[in-house]
Design a protein around this ligand. Sequence first.
Ligand code: ADP
Ligand code: MG
Length: 696
Amino acid sequence: MDRLRSTDIKYIKGVGPKRAELLEKQLGIKTCADLLRHYPAHYVDRSSIYRIADFSGDMPSVQVKGRFVSFAVQGEGAKTRLIGLFSDGTKAMEVVWFNRIKTIRDTYLPGTTYILFGKPTEFNGRWSMVHPEIDRADSPNVSVGLRGVYPLTETLRNRGITSRTLHSIITTLLPRCEAIRDPLPQSLVAQLHLMPLGQALRCIHSPANNDELQRARLRLKFEELFYLQLNILRYCRERSQSVPGFRFARIGHYFNTFYKECLPFELTGAQKRVIKEIRQDVGTGRQMNRLLQGDVGSGKTLVALLCMLMALDNGTQACLMAPTEILATQHFETLSSLASSIGVNIKLLTGSTPKKERDLIHTALLDGSLHILVGTHAVIEDTVRFKNLGFVVIDEQHRFGVAQRARLWKKNSIPPHILVMTATPIPRTLAMTVYGDLDVSVIDELPPGRKPVQTLLRYDDTRMEVYQSIGRQLKLGRQAYIVYPLISENEKVDLRSLEEGYDIIRQVFPSYSVAYVHGRMKPAEKDAQMTLFAGGKAQILVATTVIEVGVNVPNASVMLIENAERFGLSQLHQLRGRVGRGADQSFCVLMTKRKISSDTRKRLEVMTSTTDGFVVAEADLKMRGPGDLEGTLQSGMAVDLRIASLATDGQIVQLARDSANRILDTSPALDSPELAGVRREMALMFDKSVDWRRIS
Ligand code: ADP
Ligand code: MG
């Protein structure tokens, strides 16, 4: 593999310096090894030939065999196109080209038999194919069986580099695969019956049959996930051995007094269990890094407070960080009202804290008289220093990866324990990869007496009835959210729909006061509007998704989501969590146009059929792929996945994790001779600064 890694692709037959430059720019392919790792996105079956007369309905890409009858150029300027009439003896169809017209005219000859491969489309009863792949029927290039279709860019296509071109370039490399030494330890390959690397690379590009393809895919997916898990787990183990932590040995005054005298309600079983897990963890003398997952409204804040009190009882300070000013303020108010009476000193620090107050906070943190600091990102700035920070809670910050957490550890000579809280149900596979270095606790039980939010799917031609039912809720003294989607590419248009919506809502509900917020407002303006709603001065809040995270207005009992089909399921679930926070029956209305695809309907029906965030998240992951959530979480991950999918390869993730753990059990530093290959691969993968063309 090293030879392949150090060979620039420009030396391969059929590439040359120009194409090499293009491939590097467009696909990041520099070396022969990169090329071999550029896997097909999918495969097409080239084993059968279709008859044009049999074309019908929505066709996949197919092969046909026949001759060109005539060619004609049509249109002018940018619209110029070449039309070839192609007949296979059963019927004729049109073949269309929009560029490289002269080359095409010169290449393909009427009367010669060709095999075309492309997707037939129908217009007015006539079939056509745009830019098909074409081979002479007698050419040795004609492939049979499965053929890979490679990911390409538009630019590459326009410059005449097709999936075909790539395939034939890669094919010239395949004989060299035989010599590739498998970096995985032989024992692992044997135990899991994995296809050896060289063979897998050959088969992924040129599988003889489906069975072979599946084995190759399994091997390459496994390998990718295995290195990733090994990296995460190695890091975890090292950290837990080398980094000391605070040992919270005692439960003292603050915790006990609060627990006995101030607890506003009996803790749920799940809350108790989680607190116990955390207590055990912080008692070991090692630094805790834990993820606390719990659906919206499951009572994570109270758990966080009890943990922070534990920290105070052991002579340290605590800090809670939230993603927005609104949320930080809410947390500050909640915590103050709960814990001030037992003599806990809590302060709020955000971007808008005045200088004078800020200075006071800095001093109080250093002399230890300030016990708990609540705030936004402002709390991790270097100017904020603690006397002895023992516990940090991070609420709803998915971009807060290992690197950022590491910054917090440095705030103290002994790194504080860290609790990351999220209401976004992170499916297992994602949690194992992206948050794979954290231990996980789950609150899987809501406080008693909550009525699940009733979710309804409604079409916009029944809008008036929906408004009427919202009116009934308002009459009962409740409040309502009305949410509009915001799509980043086109914020202007969406803003207009929000503004129009705002006007309509004011007309429909003239006797109520309507507040409104969107992402492009100044923070102060936004806060002012939110405060109107949170304080009950406005009964209706018209908003974009900025209200998604954490906002708590228990009196709000109904939410109307416009164009619900434009939201992801997890996002809908988050939004829905803004209602149903009080004792009243709450409602969430998903509004769409009447004509939606059956897939969309299926997606939305997940929402109407369950209120369980994990069910929603799993469904979302299956239907859309890791998409948004993965995107948001990417920062926490070290490498991109090329072939494995976190959405569908859950079992392989687990297998990779188990295997990585076993390897680390026997060789914690990965220094056994059998692991030389693995060590090398990992160094290459996780140290991106090495350019291998420069080395050999
Ligand atoms: P989240 O997990 O979404 O952050 P919160 O901590 O904001 O949830 O809690 C939601 C609401 O539930 C709050 O009003 C809180 O006071 C209440 N709550 C928390 N724990 C309990 C409990 N054990 N019994 C009853 N109500 C609770
Ligand atoms: Mg919360």
